[in-house]
Design a binder for this molecule. Structure first.
Ligand code: MV4
Length: 455
């Protein structure tokens, strides 16, 4: 097992990883930018190293500085958290050359899942259902393209091969829009990723976003865990995640779980990962992408399984094996998470930076808060606005919603605007309570184009 882990991240996830390390008897090294010097993760770690000024490109994305920090402190592994360098194959490669264990899958697995068109091809070969679409990137000047689009059937969606998370996507309703959409998607992709390759897929209307956490060891054993549903999103930012999905049955779970396992096996995946699917109204599901990192919403899976996924990730990265073989993981209840951001939901979610003047956390039973904030903490303007994840578990979905309402009513954050009031409204909304919130829920029921939320 590792003796000392450097955490190449900040915020709540750095705190979460440090806690896991401490319970495992592993020493921790925090890295931080200049404005983050008073951060909770710096206070909690055994050691800390400043890696640069505020802008992430000069600190949390600064590979030479992070590797130097690991070498100076004698860390034998680096945990990248999520975001920043978590899915950067170059970083994983540099770690390997410096004989520092990257806590995540191989750079080959990251790479094969990072190219979304290549991932589709891998999945098709592995027998994982994919959305009907092009075989690999398309050439916009190919005269056969309109015919292919017609065969797939409109509406179609143009996606960037280097994309993911919604960037560089364009929905095309009919043939007259095709050429224009390809052009725009290509130049957006080129600008955002330095790679203008695009591919096309049938557009699935009103899908649910369902994802499966998988855990895999270096002996080739892959276990899937109960699904998470993350359909409530805004501009591709998840707002609420829950497990199980209100749309799931045990037979569909088995089918999708096995597909998720095949996806992981196809790239010799090791550690923890997530296979994302779209689920349509007819229980047809399609592979979307695979995330090769620990995710923000791993917590809801921890609540319903009792596993500690960060400890599992560290154990598996150290070469340990999965010693249980359960595919039908028993559900310990229904878990739900809301992401509390320093944003004003009444004004188009504009960032609300500032100092936390008062903080009162909600308490048990069945409530968990993952956060790095404290009373007196000033939120730096450089990074994402996640302040806390509020997670609850109840014996069923109705009990979880009531517990979430109770927890939100106890939660006090003063000094900045937060998304907590939005969640009060969502928890009371009929469509959400019925489990019928799809990816269009926020746009449809919670905002209007001029000034944000209607009640
Ligand atoms: C789609 C889709 C419909 N049909 N692909 C959005 C993020 C990226 N991972 C893929 N996304 C989508 N891909 C096909 N063929 C709809 C979305 C989508 C979406 C997916 C999950 C959660 C929220 C979403 C919001 C808008 C669009």
């Amino acid at each position: 097992m590792f003796k000392k882990i450097l955490i190449a991240n900040r915020g709540e996830i750095a705190v979460r990883i440090i806690r896991a390390c401490r319970e495992m008897g592993i020493k921790t090294v925090a890295v931080h930018s200049e404005p983050d010097r008073n951060s909770r993760h710096v206070q909690l770690a055994d050691e800390s190293v400043c890696i640069g000024p505020g802008p992430a490109t000069e600190s949390y994305l600064n590979i030479p500085n992070i590797i130097s920090a690991a070498e100076i402190s004698g860390a034998d592994a680096i945990h990248p958290g999520y975001g920043f360098l978590a899915e950067n194959t170059y970083f994983a490669d540099v770690c390997e050359s410096c004989h520092i264990q990257f806590i995540g899958p191989s750079k080959d697995a990251i790479e094969r899942m990072g190219d979304k068109a290549a991932a589709r091809a891998t999945m098709r070969k592995a027998g994982v259902p994919i959305v009907p679409g092009s075989d690999g990137p398309v050439n916009p000047d190919d005269p056969a393209l309109p015919k292919l689009a017609r065969k797939i059937g409109y509406p179609i969606i143009v996606k960037a091969t280097a994309g993911g998370g919604g960037k560089g996507m364009r929905v095309v309703e009919n043939e007259s829009q095709l050429a224009g959409a390809l052009q725009t998607a290509q130049s957006e992709a080129k600008a955002a990723f330095g790679n203008g390759d695009v591919y096309i897929e049938k557009y699935i209307e009103r899908p649910r976003h369902i994802e499966f956490q998988i855990i895999a060891d270096s002996k080739g054993r892959v276990v899937y865990l109960p699904e998470r549903e993350c359909s409530v999103q805004r501009r591709h930012q998840k707002l609420i995640e829950e497990s199980p999905s209100p749309a799931m049955t045990s037979s569909l779970r088995r089918k999708m779980g096995k597909a998720a396992r095949r996806a992981a096996e196809a790239v010799n995946y090791v550690t923890v990962g997530t296979v994302e699917f779209l689920l349509d109204g007819k229980d047809e599901f399609y592979f979307l992408e695979m995330n090769t990192r620990i995710q923000v919403e791993h917590t809801v899976t921890e609540m319903v399984t009792g596993l500690d996924l960060v400890k599992e990730q560290i154990r598996l990265a150290a070469g340990e094996r999965i010693d249980y073989h359960r595919d039908d993981f028993p559900l310990l209840g229904h878990a739900m998470e809301v992401r509390v951001n320093a944003e004003d939901p009444d004004h188009d979610f504009r960032p609300s930076p500032g100092t936390i003047t008062q903080l009162i956390l909600p308490g048990p039973p069945g409530v968990r808060v993952d956060t790095h904030i404290y009373s007196g903490y000033t939120i730096p303007t450089y990074y994402d606005s996640l302040l806390a994840k509020l997670i609850v578990i109840g014996e069923n979905r109705e009990a979880a919603i009531r517990r979430m309402q109770r927890a939100i009513s106890e939660f006090v954050i003063e000094g900045v605007q937060t998304t907590l009031p939005l969640f009060t409204r969502i928890m009371a909304h009929d469509v959400f309570r019925k489990g019928e919130a799809y990816t269009d829920f926020i746009a449809k029921y919670m905002t209007n184009p001029t000034n944000g939320v209607k009640s």
